[in-house]
Design a protein around this ligand. Structure first.
Ligand SMILES: *Cc1c(COP(=O)(O)O)cnc(C)c1O
Length: 348
């Protein structure tokens, strides 16, 4: 029994990837594996996605891109985030494509590295509001990012129309705008490629559904019951005592269990009030969550050493979100990849 064990099911990722490829009829799937593939492990997720037919791997930084390039010498690798003049040589040497977000990045990339032009269509983080009239020959693609594809058909439609309008001046460039939500729900956004992260991991991008049909979660997170104790009426659990927002005060003699995982492992402090499974029984998370431990209320006696399920098929990440306001991608991305704290297992 390990204090924090994360199992990633690569077969689920392959199935999800194939499902997306089938859904986007003809458009290429580009797998987004930034932030260690949302906490699932970038290299393993990349391999599964490529095996299923993904045609490119997208990350946020040059430091994320280099190990991906080393692991997959033939894959198309794209850095979506901004780069500095210092990164350009690294991108060129490793055959990594970049993105020009503004005139400054256009100037440092032009002539050096293959790149995609980012158009701003409403996200308002970065990107050109209008296309530069002349593009260097190493511009290979044109892209934008949707700000409300998980919730707003009208905004998605407006952004897509604006994008198509601006992109029409450069018909030879690859066009891509869709993320997971758009790829699954809005055929008009599919274009030459779709850039999907969440869907490949079975994380539904829609607030109203746990599992976008056809997608399966790919991660299981377990710990164990390290200790049990009885607390008396009026006693509290954890830091902050009764003053804390997340306080718990026993109204009667209460059996509690301690799970040796905390926010240092990705069990976010906002998860207070949600439930985990001790054996097969739901147990409420009580008191403030520490860095290395949290407490649960046990409705029936449980053996020390019992398995505790934190995430998995029987306990979808979205269920925690409903109780805490966290969203599924955020929770998974916070999972620790420090092997000194967490054991990771990849199941093929
Ligand atoms: C993260 C990201 C994506 C993937 O979004 P999902 O909703 O996880 O599919 C696509 N494009 C860009 C620019 C991103 O930053």
């Amino acid at each position: 029994m390990h204090r924090s064990e994360i199992t990633v099911y690569l077969d689920a990722i392959r199935r999800n990837s194939r499902f997306v490829i089938k859904s986007v009829d003809g458009s290429e799937l580009w797998a987004v594996v930034k932030a260690d593939a949302y906490g699932h492990g970038a290299e393993a997720v990349s391999r599964a996605a490529l095996e299923a037919g993904a045609r490119a791997l997208c990350v946020a930084t040059i430091d994320e891109a280099e190990p991906i390039r080393r692991a997959f010498p033939k894959a198309r690798v794209i850095v979506l985030g901004p780069i500095t003049p210092h990164d350009v040589g690294r991108a060129r040497d490793a055959r990594i494509e970049c993105v020009a977000h503004d005139q400054g990045s256009l100037a440092i990339l032009g002539g050096e590295v293959d790149f995609h032009i980012w158009l701003n269509t409403g996200m308002n983080h970065w990107g050109f509001d209008a296309l530069p009239s002349r593009l260097p020959p190493n511009a290979v693609g044109i892209m934008s990012h949707l700000s409300r594809s998980y919730a707003s058909p009208s905004q998605t439609c407006r952004q897509t129309e604006k994008f198509l309008d601006l992109a029409s001046a450069h018909p030879s460039l690859l066009r891509h705008i869709a993320n997971s939500a758009a790829a699954l729900r809005y055929p008009a956004t599919r274009l030459d490629a779709v850039r999907c992260g969440a869907a490949l991991l079975g994380l539904s991008p829609f607030p109203d559904t746990w599992a976008a049909e056809g997608l399966a979660p790919a991660v299981r997170w377990t710990s164990y019951l390290a200790h049990t104790r009885i607390i008396s009426p009026g006693e509290s659990v954890g830091y902050g005592g009764l003053i804390s927002q997340e306080n718990f005060s026993a109204s009667e003699r209460t059996l509690i269990g301690i799970v040796p995982v905390g926010y240092g492992d990705g069990f976010d402090r906002r998860l207070c009030g949600t439930s985990v499974l001790v054996g097969d029984s739901p147990a409420e998370v009580i008191g403030r969550i520490s860095m290395d431990a949290f407490a649960v209320k046990l409705d029936a006696p449980a053996m020390v050493g019992s398995p505790v399920l934190l995430l998995g098929e029987e306990l979808p990440v979205e269920r925690h979100g409903m109780r805490t306001g966290m969203f599924n991608i955020e929770l998974c991305t916070g999972l620790s990849s420090d092997h000194r704290r967490t054991r990771r297992i990849y199941v093929d």
